[in-house]
Design a protein around this ligand. Structure first.
Ligand code: FAD
Length: 464
């Protein structure tokens, strides 16, 4: 049986381990962190995530979908909180019943590691840091960082550094991928990264009277122009709250306890009450805003033995809730192509890059677009009108007119086709708009002539 090495046991690495366990391959996973199942606190990114159709389909293929979805909280609409702290508006995500699921990152990761480990051909090596890939020798250079004694992975020396090889190496080592760094030293590997001006800090709303303090089945949003606050419910009746703001704004208005309190009171009065003054001040004194990066690269594979997936291939800003979903879909697409190519690795790698690079670049751009939507656009009446109109048309023509958000979130339509479909919709609406304006103008003209004739005020036109 072929052997695969997976770099990183985060969300995408752990899911890939499940896929290759199912395929019957030998699997070795090298992860920088300790086994998260044994840790008290796991530092890292967002506490919860929105799981949607692409992620669900990928989990379904390894038999985990129902279990994971049942551990989450369904979200059916955005609830936009106004600045008065009392009123809000509701924007359904799709047709009745369509929803995304708020799930706990750590729990999801743990479940997938445990599932993969059930197969005795899968071995996880925690506290092993990938240093680089030796592209000539086709070896991964790994360092054991846990202590003096190295565990088992076919080690060749007593040094904490070891070299491991396999038929296939899958890099799932995140946005700052060490594997990708090695590929970047090679000619004709394109790479582009962009930090946005915004950073984020996470806070927590505790249960109130043993129940959710806000409506649990909605994505709560406090859009305030260039900064925004969001809240997603957790199964334990808490909410994870995230503030996204430019680093400048954090420095100017949230750098001391008095300012941060005033900032929250003024901009998010209802959230302020639920978060509590002490919690906000405590978090802002201990935690620094984290940055958000968008990364495009091409190709997604190297030679006949390395492939990049998840954030290692396509980190994106989190505003479409697609980073993990797209990374999970990577695993599914790769597996589908391996099936089509009868496990021929070189052919699969070439076909995968051909298919996936353009898809990844498209969702990275869409996520940037949604950044504007969440900050501000949701407040505009033209945006709200379009949303209502889209859903209305979708109800009338469910297979022909699917709103942009629904195509991204509730289907597996390739992202590139989603964008084409949206352009087509925009063209139709703009033509419809022109026809309506022309008809209205013509109607107004006929009426004006009619009334002018009746009142005798119509100017006489003389010829010759
Ligand atoms: P990671 O989760 O980063 O995992 C990489 C793993 O590799 C880690 O375990 C790390 O320890 C390990 N590693 C790193 N370097 C090395 C090394 N040198 N050697 C060995 N191991 C290494 N996505 C969604 O779909 N929905 C959401 O709602 C959503 N919300 C988000 C909110 C925020 C604030 C952020 C920042 C992101 C959000 N995302 C969301 C994106 C999502 O978090 C990522 O796309 C996802 O975590 C990518 O998974 P990954 O396994 O590729 O990378």
């Amino acid at each position: 049986m072929p052997k695969v090495i997976i770099a990183g046991a985060g969300l995408v690495g752990a899911l890939n381990a499940c896929y290759f366990a199912k395929r019957g391959w030998q699997v070795e996973v090298y992860e920088y962190r300790k086994d998260i199942r044994t840790m008290k606190h796991v530092h890292g990114r967002s506490i919860n995530l929105a799981l949607s159709q692409r992620g669900k389909s990928a989990l379904e293929a390894v038999g985990l979908k129902d279990y994971i979805v049942n551990q989450g909280v369904p979200l059916y609409a955005r609830l936009v909180h106004n600045k008065d702290g009392k009123t809000f508006s509701r924007q359904p995500y799709g047709q009745p019943g369509e929803h995304i699921v708020s799930i706990n990152r750590r729990h999801l990761n743990e479940v997938m590691i445990t599932q993969a480990e059930k197969c005795d051909r899968v071995r996880f090596f925690f506290e092993h840091k990938i240093r680089s890939v030796d592209l000539d020798k086709k070896e991964l250079v790994v360092e054991y960082i846990g202590g003096s004694k190295i565990p088992q992975p076919g080690k060749k020396s007593e040094s904490p550094q070891l070299r491991v090889s396999a038929d296939l190496i899958i890099a799932c080592d995140g946005a700052y991928s060490a594997v990708r760094r090695s590929l970047q030293t090679h000619p004709r590997f394109d790479y582009h990264q962009e930090y946005i001006a915004h950073g984020y800090i996470e806070l927590n709303i505790l249960p109130k009277n043993n129940d959710y303090a806000l409506e649990p089945n909605a994505f709560h949003l406090w859009p305030r122009g260039h900064f925004t606050l969001i809240a997603l419910a957790n199964k334990d009746k808490t909410f994870t709250v995230t503030i996204f703001a430019p680093f400048e704004e954090f420095e100017k208005h949230m750098s001391n306890p008095h300012d941060v309190r005033q900032f929250f009171q003024e901009n998010f009065p209802d959230a302020y009450e639920l978060l509590g003054r002490d919690h906000i001040q405590d978090m802002f004194s201990r935690v620094k805003p984290q940055s958000l990066v968008s990364i495009k690269c091409s190709p997604h594979h190297f030679s006949d033995f390395v492939v990049l997936m998840g954030d290692a291939a396509h980190a994106m800003v989190p505003f479409y809730g697609q980073g993990m979903n797209c990374g999970f879909e990577d695993c599914l697409v790769f597996s589908e192509i391996l099936d089509q190519m009868s496990d021929d690795i070189p052919k699969t790698l070439a076909a995968y890059t051909e298919n996936r690079v353009k898809e990844a670049h498209t969702i990275i751009d869409l996520a940037m677009y949604n950044y504007d939507e969440l900050k501000d656009l949701v407040n505009h009446s033209s945006y709200k009108l379009r949303k209502v109109f889209d859903l209305w048309l979708n109800k009338l023509l469910p297979n022909t007119w699917i709103p942009l958000y629904s195509m991204v979130t509730f289907t597996r339509i390739p992202y590139t086709q989603v964008v084409e479909a949206r352009r087509w919709q925009d063209r139709i609406l703009s033509r419809l708009g022109s026809v309506i304006s022309a008809t209205t103008l013509a109607g107004a003209f006929v009426l004006a002539v009619h009334f002018a004739k009746r009142s005798g005020k119509l100017p006489k036109i003389q010829f010759g």
